[in-house]
Ligand binder design. Structure first.
Ligand code: T4K
Length: 395
Protein backbone atom coordinates (compact mmCIF):
# COMPACT_ATOMS: atom_id res chain seq x y z
CA UNK A 1 0.00 0.00 0.00
CA UNK A 2 1.33 3.43 -0.90
CA UNK A 3 0.52 6.26 1.45
CA UNK A 4 1.19 9.89 0.69
CA UNK A 5 1.56 10.95 4.27
CA UNK A 6 1.43 14.71 4.45
CA UNK A 7 2.58 16.53 7.58
CA UNK A 8 -0.35 17.78 9.62
CA UNK A 9 0.59 20.65 11.89
CA UNK A 10 -2.68 22.54 12.21
CA UNK A 11 -6.36 22.50 11.24
CA UNK A 12 -5.48 24.09 7.90
CA UNK A 13 -3.63 20.93 6.87
CA UNK A 14 -6.76 18.78 7.26
CA UNK A 15 -8.71 17.34 4.32
CA UNK A 16 -11.99 18.56 5.89
CA UNK A 17 -10.55 22.05 5.34
CA UNK A 18 -9.71 21.42 1.70
CA UNK A 19 -6.23 19.87 1.89
CA UNK A 20 -5.52 16.57 0.13
CA UNK A 21 -6.13 13.42 2.21
CA UNK A 22 -3.30 11.98 4.30
CA UNK A 23 -3.64 8.53 2.73
CA UNK A 24 -4.22 7.58 -0.92
CA UNK A 25 -5.51 4.13 0.05
CA UNK A 26 -8.11 3.79 2.77
CA UNK A 27 -6.94 2.52 6.16
CA UNK A 28 -9.54 0.12 7.60
CA UNK A 29 -10.44 -1.12 11.04
CA UNK A 30 -10.62 -4.87 10.58
CA UNK A 31 -8.29 -5.29 7.61
CA UNK A 32 -7.97 -9.09 7.48
CA UNK A 33 -4.84 -10.63 9.02
CA UNK A 34 -3.70 -13.18 6.44
CA UNK A 35 -0.98 -15.84 6.73
CA UNK A 36 1.11 -17.55 4.05
CA UNK A 37 -0.45 -17.58 0.56
CA UNK A 38 1.74 -20.54 -0.50
CA UNK A 39 0.69 -22.62 2.50
CA UNK A 40 -2.95 -21.81 1.79
CA UNK A 41 -2.62 -22.86 -1.86
CA UNK A 42 -0.95 -26.08 -0.73
CA UNK A 43 -3.97 -26.81 1.48
CA UNK A 44 -6.32 -25.98 -1.41
CA UNK A 45 -4.46 -28.57 -3.50
CA UNK A 46 -5.01 -31.17 -0.80
CA UNK A 47 -8.73 -30.32 -0.65
CA UNK A 48 -9.05 -30.74 -4.42
CA UNK A 49 -7.12 -34.02 -4.40
CA UNK A 50 -9.19 -35.43 -1.58
CA UNK A 51 -12.54 -34.18 -2.94
CA UNK A 52 -13.70 -33.71 0.62
CA UNK A 53 -15.10 -30.19 0.92
CA UNK A 54 -17.20 -30.05 4.07
CA UNK A 55 -19.08 -32.19 6.68
CA UNK A 56 -16.47 -32.58 9.42
CA UNK A 57 -13.55 -33.07 7.04
CA UNK A 58 -9.96 -33.76 8.13
CA UNK A 59 -8.95 -30.09 8.04
CA UNK A 60 -11.85 -29.07 10.24
CA UNK A 61 -10.87 -31.79 12.70
CA UNK A 62 -7.23 -30.69 12.73
CA UNK A 63 -8.32 -27.08 13.09
CA UNK A 64 -10.56 -27.89 16.06
CA UNK A 65 -7.72 -29.74 17.79
CA UNK A 66 -5.31 -26.86 17.31
CA UNK A 67 -7.80 -24.21 18.50
CA UNK A 68 -8.75 -26.21 21.60
CA UNK A 69 -5.06 -26.86 22.40
CA UNK A 70 -4.30 -23.18 21.96
CA UNK A 71 -7.03 -22.22 24.44
CA UNK A 72 -6.26 -25.15 26.77
CA UNK A 73 -9.90 -26.22 26.65
CA UNK A 74 -11.35 -29.68 26.07
CA UNK A 75 -13.65 -29.05 23.12
CA UNK A 76 -13.73 -26.76 20.10
CA UNK A 77 -16.78 -27.15 17.87
CA UNK A 78 -16.09 -25.26 14.66
CA UNK A 79 -19.01 -23.56 12.89
CA UNK A 80 -19.80 -21.58 9.75
CA UNK A 81 -19.83 -18.21 11.57
CA UNK A 82 -19.96 -16.70 15.05
CA UNK A 83 -23.67 -15.87 14.93
CA UNK A 84 -24.74 -19.46 14.19
CA UNK A 85 -22.27 -20.63 16.85
CA UNK A 86 -24.00 -18.28 19.33
CA UNK A 87 -27.43 -19.55 18.29
CA UNK A 88 -26.41 -23.18 18.70
CA UNK A 89 -24.76 -22.49 22.08
CA UNK A 90 -27.89 -20.65 23.26
CA UNK A 91 -30.14 -23.54 22.21
CA UNK A 92 -27.84 -26.28 23.46
CA UNK A 93 -27.65 -24.72 26.93
CA UNK A 94 -31.46 -24.54 27.06
CA UNK A 95 -31.77 -20.77 27.44
CA UNK A 96 -35.34 -19.46 27.34
CA UNK A 97 -37.46 -16.55 28.55
CA UNK A 98 -35.04 -13.68 29.26
CA UNK A 99 -31.26 -13.58 29.00
CA UNK A 100 -29.20 -10.68 30.35
CA UNK A 101 -26.63 -9.22 27.96
CA UNK A 102 -24.82 -5.91 27.49
CA UNK A 103 -26.29 -3.46 24.99
CA UNK A 104 -22.80 -2.23 24.21
CA UNK A 105 -21.87 -5.05 21.80
CA UNK A 106 -22.22 -6.00 18.14
CA UNK A 107 -25.87 -6.52 17.26
CA UNK A 108 -25.36 -10.28 16.69
CA UNK A 109 -25.26 -10.88 20.47
CA UNK A 110 -28.83 -9.62 20.82
CA UNK A 111 -30.10 -11.00 17.51
CA UNK A 112 -28.89 -14.55 18.31
CA UNK A 113 -31.34 -14.54 21.24
CA UNK A 114 -34.22 -12.68 19.62
CA UNK A 115 -34.00 -14.96 16.54
CA UNK A 116 -34.87 -17.87 18.82
CA UNK A 117 -37.76 -16.19 20.60
CA UNK A 118 -35.69 -15.30 23.69
CA UNK A 119 -35.83 -11.76 25.10
CA UNK A 120 -32.45 -10.02 25.41
CA UNK A 121 -32.48 -7.87 28.54
CA UNK A 122 -29.86 -5.14 28.43
CA UNK A 123 -27.73 -4.51 31.51
CA UNK A 124 -25.32 -1.63 31.88
CA UNK A 125 -21.54 -1.80 31.59
CA UNK A 126 -18.63 -0.61 33.67
CA UNK A 127 -17.53 2.64 31.95
CA UNK A 128 -13.85 1.82 32.57
CA UNK A 129 -13.70 -1.76 31.26
CA UNK A 130 -16.67 -1.56 28.80
CA UNK A 131 -17.76 -5.00 30.06
CA UNK A 132 -20.93 -5.99 31.97
CA UNK A 133 -21.25 -4.55 35.46
CA UNK A 134 -22.35 -7.48 37.70
CA UNK A 135 -24.40 -5.15 39.93
CA UNK A 136 -26.28 -3.87 36.90
CA UNK A 137 -26.87 -7.48 35.85
CA UNK A 138 -28.32 -8.23 39.28
CA UNK A 139 -30.81 -5.35 38.88
CA UNK A 140 -32.15 -6.81 35.64
CA UNK A 141 -32.98 -10.29 37.02
CA UNK A 142 -36.65 -11.29 36.87
CA UNK A 143 -38.45 -14.57 37.33
CA UNK A 144 -38.16 -15.10 33.56
CA UNK A 145 -34.34 -14.88 33.54
CA UNK A 146 -32.65 -18.12 32.48
CA UNK A 147 -29.10 -16.98 31.90
CA UNK A 148 -26.41 -14.38 31.35
CA UNK A 149 -24.57 -13.92 28.08
CA UNK A 150 -21.50 -11.80 28.80
CA UNK A 151 -19.25 -10.34 26.11
CA UNK A 152 -15.45 -10.11 26.39
CA UNK A 153 -15.48 -6.79 24.62
CA UNK A 154 -12.32 -5.79 22.72
CA UNK A 155 -10.83 -9.14 23.94
CA UNK A 156 -10.76 -8.00 27.58
CA UNK A 157 -12.15 -10.63 29.92
CA UNK A 158 -15.58 -9.94 31.48
CA UNK A 159 -15.83 -10.06 35.29
CA UNK A 160 -16.10 -13.83 35.02
CA UNK A 161 -15.91 -14.68 38.74
CA UNK A 162 -18.66 -12.24 39.79
CA UNK A 163 -20.91 -13.33 36.91
CA UNK A 164 -20.35 -17.00 37.75
CA UNK A 165 -21.30 -16.30 41.36
CA UNK A 166 -24.52 -14.61 40.23
CA UNK A 167 -25.28 -17.51 37.90
CA UNK A 168 -24.63 -20.07 40.64
CA UNK A 169 -26.78 -18.17 43.17
CA UNK A 170 -29.76 -18.12 40.79
CA UNK A 171 -29.28 -21.37 38.88
CA UNK A 172 -28.62 -19.50 35.63
CA UNK A 173 -26.64 -20.63 32.63
CA UNK A 174 -23.58 -18.49 31.92
CA UNK A 175 -22.29 -18.08 28.38
CA UNK A 176 -19.74 -15.72 26.89
CA UNK A 177 -19.64 -14.10 23.49
CA UNK A 178 -15.88 -14.27 23.02
CA UNK A 179 -16.00 -13.07 19.41
CA UNK A 180 -13.18 -10.58 20.11
CA UNK A 181 -11.17 -12.72 22.48
CA UNK A 182 -9.32 -15.34 20.42
CA UNK A 183 -6.04 -16.09 22.21
CA UNK A 184 -6.81 -13.89 25.23
CA UNK A 185 -6.76 -14.81 28.90
CA UNK A 186 -8.49 -13.48 31.98
CA UNK A 187 -6.58 -13.56 35.29
CA UNK A 188 -4.24 -16.10 33.74
CA UNK A 189 -6.92 -18.52 32.44
CA UNK A 190 -7.43 -18.80 28.71
CA UNK A 191 -10.76 -17.64 27.30
CA UNK A 192 -12.84 -20.71 26.50
CA UNK A 193 -12.70 -22.07 30.04
CA UNK A 194 -15.37 -19.84 31.60
CA UNK A 195 -19.09 -20.37 32.09
CA UNK A 196 -20.91 -23.21 30.35
CA UNK A 197 -19.33 -22.35 27.03
CA UNK A 198 -17.80 -19.48 25.07
CA UNK A 199 -18.29 -18.47 21.45
CA UNK A 200 -15.57 -17.27 19.06
CA UNK A 201 -15.98 -15.49 15.73
CA UNK A 202 -13.51 -16.01 12.90
CA UNK A 203 -15.01 -13.35 10.63
CA UNK A 204 -12.63 -11.73 8.12
CA UNK A 205 -12.32 -8.61 10.29
CA UNK A 206 -11.44 -10.47 13.47
CA UNK A 207 -7.97 -10.86 14.97
CA UNK A 208 -8.01 -14.44 13.67
CA UNK A 209 -10.11 -15.33 10.62
CA UNK A 210 -11.27 -18.28 8.52
CA UNK A 211 -12.92 -15.95 5.93
CA UNK A 212 -16.20 -16.56 7.79
CA UNK A 213 -16.33 -18.88 10.77
CA UNK A 214 -16.88 -19.36 14.44
CA UNK A 215 -16.64 -21.95 17.18
CA UNK A 216 -17.89 -22.88 20.61
CA UNK A 217 -15.32 -23.74 23.28
CA UNK A 218 -16.36 -25.77 26.30
CA UNK A 219 -15.08 -28.26 28.89
CA UNK A 220 -18.52 -29.88 29.12
CA UNK A 221 -18.52 -33.24 27.23
CA UNK A 222 -22.28 -33.60 27.09
CA UNK A 223 -22.81 -30.03 25.86
CA UNK A 224 -20.09 -30.48 23.25
CA UNK A 225 -21.73 -33.63 21.95
CA UNK A 226 -25.12 -31.89 21.71
CA UNK A 227 -23.64 -28.96 19.78
CA UNK A 228 -21.88 -31.30 17.37
CA UNK A 229 -25.24 -32.92 16.64
CA UNK A 230 -27.00 -29.57 16.33
CA UNK A 231 -24.53 -28.15 13.81
CA UNK A 232 -25.17 -31.13 11.50
CA UNK A 233 -28.99 -31.40 11.45
CA UNK A 234 -28.91 -33.77 14.44
CA UNK A 235 -27.38 -36.62 12.40
CA UNK A 236 -25.83 -39.43 14.44
CA UNK A 237 -25.04 -41.76 11.56
CA UNK A 238 -25.76 -42.09 7.87
CA UNK A 239 -29.53 -41.91 8.15
CA UNK A 240 -30.25 -41.55 11.84
CA UNK A 241 -31.36 -38.19 13.20
CA UNK A 242 -31.42 -38.02 16.98
CA UNK A 243 -31.76 -34.31 17.69
CA UNK A 244 -33.17 -31.12 16.18
CA UNK A 245 -30.45 -29.28 14.36
CA UNK A 246 -29.39 -26.84 11.71
CA UNK A 247 -26.51 -26.43 9.28
CA UNK A 248 -23.69 -24.81 11.21
CA UNK A 249 -20.79 -26.68 9.62
CA UNK A 250 -17.42 -25.18 8.77
CA UNK A 251 -16.06 -25.95 5.29
CA UNK A 252 -12.61 -27.37 4.55
CA UNK A 253 -11.55 -24.18 2.74
CA UNK A 254 -12.35 -22.13 5.85
CA UNK A 255 -10.49 -24.60 8.05
CA UNK A 256 -7.50 -24.37 5.67
CA UNK A 257 -7.49 -20.59 6.08
CA UNK A 258 -7.64 -21.12 9.83
CA UNK A 259 -4.69 -23.53 9.81
CA UNK A 260 -2.63 -21.05 7.80
CA UNK A 261 -3.57 -18.14 10.02
CA UNK A 262 -2.82 -20.10 13.20
CA UNK A 263 0.78 -20.29 12.00
CA UNK A 264 1.08 -16.50 11.84
CA UNK A 265 -0.73 -15.62 15.04
CA UNK A 266 2.37 -14.55 16.94
CA UNK A 267 3.47 -12.08 14.27
CA UNK A 268 -0.04 -10.51 14.28
CA UNK A 269 0.01 -10.16 18.06
CA UNK A 270 3.49 -8.60 17.86
CA UNK A 271 2.33 -6.08 15.25
CA UNK A 272 -0.84 -5.24 17.19
CA UNK A 273 1.06 -4.85 20.47
CA UNK A 274 3.69 -2.66 18.83
CA UNK A 275 0.94 -0.47 17.32
CA UNK A 276 -0.94 -0.29 20.62
CA UNK A 277 2.18 0.99 22.37
CA UNK A 278 2.81 3.64 19.71
CA UNK A 279 -0.82 4.80 19.98
CA UNK A 280 -0.49 4.86 23.78
CA UNK A 281 2.59 7.04 23.64
CA UNK A 282 1.34 9.41 20.95
CA UNK A 283 -2.16 9.83 22.41
CA UNK A 284 -0.83 10.51 25.91
CA UNK A 285 0.07 14.00 24.72
CA UNK A 286 -3.54 14.90 23.81
CA UNK A 287 -6.14 16.51 26.09
CA UNK A 288 -9.54 14.85 26.40
CA UNK A 289 -8.62 11.87 24.22
CA UNK A 290 -7.55 8.64 25.91
CA UNK A 291 -6.73 5.12 24.85
CA UNK A 292 -8.50 2.19 26.48
CA UNK A 293 -5.61 0.34 28.08
CA UNK A 294 -5.04 -3.41 28.19
CA UNK A 295 -3.75 -5.30 31.20
CA UNK A 296 -0.53 -6.58 29.68
CA UNK A 297 -0.13 -9.20 32.41
CA UNK A 298 -2.93 -11.15 30.68
CA UNK A 299 -2.68 -12.52 27.15
CA UNK A 300 -4.24 -10.05 24.73
CA UNK A 301 -4.60 -9.91 20.96
CA UNK A 302 -4.64 -6.07 20.87
CA UNK A 303 -6.99 -6.21 17.87
CA UNK A 304 -9.05 -3.18 18.87
CA UNK A 305 -7.50 0.23 19.45
CA UNK A 306 -10.28 2.07 21.27
CA UNK A 307 -10.06 5.79 21.93
CA UNK A 308 -12.47 7.71 24.14
CA UNK A 309 -13.23 11.36 23.57
CA UNK A 310 -14.27 13.08 26.78
CA UNK A 311 -15.95 16.43 27.47
CA UNK A 312 -12.54 18.06 28.09
CA UNK A 313 -11.82 17.64 24.40
CA UNK A 314 -12.78 20.77 22.49
CA UNK A 315 -14.72 18.89 19.80
CA UNK A 316 -17.13 15.96 19.64
CA UNK A 317 -16.32 12.33 18.87
CA UNK A 318 -18.23 12.64 15.60
CA UNK A 319 -16.19 15.70 14.53
CA UNK A 320 -13.01 13.68 14.98
CA UNK A 321 -14.44 10.71 13.06
CA UNK A 322 -15.44 13.05 10.22
CA UNK A 323 -11.91 14.50 10.10
CA UNK A 324 -10.39 11.00 10.07
CA UNK A 325 -12.69 9.80 7.28
CA UNK A 326 -11.78 12.80 5.14
CA UNK A 327 -8.13 11.64 5.40
CA UNK A 328 -9.15 8.11 4.23
CA UNK A 329 -8.82 6.73 7.74
CA UNK A 330 -12.00 4.65 8.22
CA UNK A 331 -12.22 4.88 12.00
CA UNK A 332 -15.37 3.23 13.41
CA UNK A 333 -17.88 4.20 16.06
CA UNK A 334 -18.25 0.65 17.41
CA UNK A 335 -20.75 -0.06 19.05
CA UNK A 336 -22.76 3.11 18.72
CA UNK A 337 -25.66 3.63 19.34
CA UNK A 338 -25.95 0.44 21.45
CA UNK A 339 -28.22 -2.51 20.62
CA UNK A 340 -31.10 -1.01 22.62
CA UNK A 341 -31.20 1.86 20.13
CA UNK A 342 -31.44 -0.46 17.12
CA UNK A 343 -34.49 -2.27 15.81
CA UNK A 344 -36.36 -4.27 16.88
CA UNK A 345 -35.13 -3.51 20.42
CA UNK A 346 -35.71 0.24 20.20
CA UNK A 347 -39.39 -0.29 19.53
CA UNK A 348 -39.77 -3.28 21.87
CA UNK A 349 -38.00 -1.63 24.83
CA UNK A 350 -38.31 2.16 24.42
CA UNK A 351 -37.31 2.77 28.05
CA UNK A 352 -34.26 0.49 28.11
CA UNK A 353 -31.90 3.48 27.92
CA UNK A 354 -32.96 4.60 31.41
CA UNK A 355 -31.04 1.65 32.86
CA UNK A 356 -28.03 2.17 30.60
CA UNK A 357 -26.30 5.48 31.42
CA UNK A 358 -22.77 4.08 31.11
CA UNK A 359 -23.62 2.35 27.85
CA UNK A 360 -24.85 5.64 26.40
CA UNK A 361 -21.80 7.50 27.69
CA UNK A 362 -19.30 5.05 26.21
CA UNK A 363 -21.20 4.52 22.94
CA UNK A 364 -21.16 8.30 22.41
CA UNK A 365 -17.44 8.71 22.97
CA UNK A 366 -15.64 5.64 21.57
CA UNK A 367 -13.69 5.53 18.33
CA UNK A 368 -11.94 2.41 17.04
CA UNK A 369 -8.76 3.11 15.07
CA UNK A 370 -6.93 1.01 12.45
CA UNK A 371 -4.25 -1.45 13.54
CA UNK A 372 -2.80 -4.77 12.40
CA UNK A 373 0.28 -5.75 10.39
CA UNK A 374 -0.59 -3.35 7.53
CA UNK A 375 -0.34 -0.33 9.86
CA UNK A 376 3.06 1.01 10.96
CA UNK A 377 4.33 3.58 13.45
CA UNK A 378 4.54 6.41 10.89
CA UNK A 379 0.93 5.82 9.86
CA UNK A 380 -0.11 5.92 13.52
CA UNK A 381 1.73 9.21 14.04
CA UNK A 382 -0.16 10.62 11.07
CA UNK A 383 -3.49 9.30 12.41
CA UNK A 384 -2.81 10.87 15.80
CA UNK A 385 -1.75 14.15 14.19
CA UNK A 386 -5.15 14.26 12.45
CA UNK A 387 -6.86 13.78 15.81
CA UNK A 388 -4.63 16.43 17.38
CA UNK A 389 -5.30 18.98 14.64
CA UNK A 390 -9.04 18.30 14.63
CA UNK A 391 -9.22 18.93 18.38
CA UNK A 392 -7.20 22.14 18.13
CA UNK A 393 -8.93 25.46 18.81
CA UNK A 394 -10.36 26.81 15.58
CA UNK A 395 -9.17 30.40 16.22
N1 T4K B 1 -20.45 -10.97 18.69
C1 T4K B 1 -19.62 -9.91 18.62
C2 T4K B 1 -19.22 -9.19 19.87
C3 T4K B 1 -19.12 -9.50 17.37
O1 T4K B 1 -18.29 -8.43 17.29
C4 T4K B 1 -19.51 -10.22 16.21
C5 T4K B 1 -19.05 -9.79 14.90
C6 T4K B 1 -20.35 -11.33 16.36
C7 T4K B 1 -20.81 -11.66 17.63
C8 T4K B 1 -20.83 -12.15 15.21
O2 T4K B 1 -19.81 -12.94 14.62
P1 T4K B 1 -19.90 -13.31 13.03
O3 T4K B 1 -21.25 -13.92 12.80
O4 T4K B 1 -19.69 -12.03 12.24
O5 T4K B 1 -18.78 -14.31 12.86
C9 T4K B 1 -17.88 -6.31 11.36
C10 T4K B 1 -18.03 -7.80 11.13
O6 T4K B 1 -18.86 -8.07 10.00
C11 T4K B 1 -18.56 -8.54 12.31
O7 T4K B 1 -18.16 -9.88 12.12
C12 T4K B 1 -17.94 -8.04 13.59
N2 T4K B 1 -18.50 -8.65 14.76
C13 T4K B 1 -18.08 -6.54 13.71
C14 T4K B 1 -17.43 -6.01 14.95
O8 T4K B 1 -17.43 -5.95 12.62
P2 T4K B 1 -19.04 -4.34 10.15
O9 T4K B 1 -20.46 -4.03 9.84
O10 T4K B 1 -18.24 -3.29 10.82
O11 T4K B 1 -18.25 -4.86 8.85
P3 T4K B 1 -17.73 -4.07 7.60
O12 T4K B 1 -18.19 -4.79 6.39
O13 T4K B 1 -18.04 -2.62 7.74
O14 T4K B 1 -16.13 -4.28 7.68
C15 T4K B 1 -15.33 -3.60 8.61
C16 T4K B 1 -14.10 -3.02 7.92
O15 T4K B 1 -13.24 -4.06 7.49
C17 T4K B 1 -14.42 -2.16 6.71
O16 T4K B 1 -13.76 -0.91 6.83
C18 T4K B 1 -13.86 -2.94 5.53
C19 T4K B 1 -12.86 -3.89 6.13
N3 T4K B 1 -12.86 -5.20 5.48
C20 T4K B 1 -13.97 -6.00 5.65
C21 T4K B 1 -14.01 -7.24 5.07
C22 T4K B 1 -15.22 -8.12 5.25
C23 T4K B 1 -11.79 -5.61 4.71
O17 T4K B 1 -10.81 -4.86 4.57
N4 T4K B 1 -11.82 -6.85 4.15
C24 T4K B 1 -12.88 -7.70 4.30
O18 T4K B 1 -12.87 -8.84 3.79
O19 T4K B 1 -19.07 -5.65 11.05
Amino acid sequence: MVASMKKIRSRNDLAINGASPAFDDTLHVGRPNIGSRDDFLEYVGQIFDRRWLTNNGPMVQEFEKRVSDYHQVKHCIAMCNGTIALEIAIRATGLSGEVIIPSYTFIATAHALHWQGITPVFADIDPVTHNLDPEAVRRMITDRTSGILGVHLWGRGSPVAALQELADDHGFRLLFDAAHAFGCSSSGTMIGNFGDCEVLSFHATKFFNTFEGGAVLTNNDELAERMRLMRNFGFAGLDTVVHPGTNGKMTEICAAMGLVNLDSINSVIDANRRNYRVYLEELSLLQGVSLLEFDESDRQNYQYVVVEVSKECGVSRDDIVEALHAENIRARRYFWPGCHNMEPYRELFPKAGQELPNTQLVADRAIVLPTGPTIDADMIRTIVSVIAASTEDGE
